[in-house]
Design a protein. Structure first.
Length: 378
């Protein structure tokens, strides 16, 4: 398939979807507990899967096609409503979230059926995972009428079934789903990471509003901004381009793209969202001690992002980034070691650890360009 770049309508689509993703930060901030964390990641997983599905279908055909453009704009409106419902998805807005989300997923299936009609995608693969989509959406909508505990259980089962469709049940057919426009595909996922990081910066700015612009606030905001930049650097400094080339030379780019981007990038996005929650709390209380849940979100979000990056690298080029794993462990250690301290203390420690990571990746870690041949070709 010929190479192309992201179109304006796709950028608009991404911005609307990122709004829905960042609404998860609101959901998590209001319930910074382990059950709240689980519910928030469940909603994030659902939204991410819908966005990723549309990346695939627009990769298979021209997004400026009038039919494709109309469906994208319709689905953007629906996911915007879903995003508005996210903060109360486990309350009174559950049915609104489930119904609008299910309509987005059905629109995705409709676009894939249209792509197969044009000869751009395999109907056998679409019909295979289409069954799991329908089952998952039925459970999602049905679960929205249940009480909280049963709703969580049914929605979790719905997400597992939906994710399992292309991952396991129809993996052989998935390999022949479509041709992959590699540059467009990798660019879409990279842009989404950038937009999520940008929304984190916006959240930091919102937290600083209404406060006295003193030295403590400036230090707290600056440190979180530095961390955000370092997270960007770890993804884009070298490896994003290397992963793209690995995808281009893969024997089966569909499976490599599904594993490396559709599945493993969810860990990266989750790390950004969790970090953003902790960063907002840290900037919102620059002089007082940072509460344990907020400090754990700050440290754990960075660690989760690094582990996602390590998994992505392992899948794409077969090289395990030990330095990322070690630094991720160090980020988790910052949590107990900074108990009772002001928010800027763990932020400073995280910024220092990430700076060491960047130096290590630039000068100390073996280059992934020299990975053993064939490891990234599956």
């Amino acid at each position: 398939m010929g190479e192309r770049r992201t179109s304006p309508v796709e950028l608009y689509w991404d911005l609307v979807f990122v709004f829905a993703v960042t609404q998860v930060t609101t959901l998590l901030r209001h319930d910074l507990t382990w059950p709240g964390f689980g519910r928030s990641l469940l909603i994030l997983a659902l939204i991410w899967w819908a966005w990723s599905g549309f990346v695939w279908v627009t990769n298979a055909q021209d997004p400026d096609n009038p039919v494709v453009r109309a469906v994208l704009l319709l689905a953007a409106g629906l996911i915007f409503i879903s995003g508005l419902a996210v903060p109360d998805a486990f309350g009174s807005a559950g049915t609104l979230f489930a119904v609008t989300y299910a309509c987005v997923r059905l629109a995705h299936l409709g676009l894939y059926a249209y792509a197969s009609r044009l000869g751009n995608a395999s109907w056998s693969a679409i019909s295979g995972f289409g069954v799991t989509v329908l089952i998952g959406m039925a459970l999602l909508v049905g679960g929205s009428f249940a009480d909280d505990g049963l709703r969580v259980a049914l929605w979790t089962i719905a997400a597992v079934i939906d994710y399992a469709g292309p991952a396991w049940l129809t993996r052989k057919r998935l390999a022949g789903l479509q041709q992959v426009a590699v540059e467009h595909f990798a660019e879409r996922y990279g842009l989404f990471i950038i937009i999520c990081l940008g929304e984190s910066v916006l959240a930091i700015g919102v937290a600083a509003q209404g406060q006295t612009l003193g030295s403590r606030l400036l230090v707290a905001a600056s440190l979180t901004l530095v961390i955000t930049g370092e997270l960007w650097w770890t993804y884009f400094s070298r490896f994003a381009a290397i992963a793209q080339e690995s995808l281009r030379s893969s024997r089966n780019p569909v499976l490599a793209a599904a594993d490396g981007y559709s599945y493993l990038h969810l860990i990266l996005v989750a790390g950004v969202i969790v970090f953003a929650v902790g960063a907002r709390e840290e900037v919102g209380l620059p002089s007082g001690p940072l509460a344990d849940p907020a400090r754990l979100a700050l440290c754990g979000g960075v660690a989760l992002y690094l582990l996602g990056g390590a998994a992505f690298r392992l899948r794409m080029v077969g090289v395990l980034s030990y330095v990322k794993i070690v630094v991720a462990a160090g980020c988790l250690l910052v949590f107990p070691l900074t108990s009772g301290s002001s928010g800027w203390v763990p932020a400073a420690a995280l910024a220092a650890l990430l700076a060491g990571l960047l130096v290590g990746e630039q000068f100390g870690e073996p280059s992934v360009e020299s990975a053993p041949s064939g490891v990234s070709r599956a």
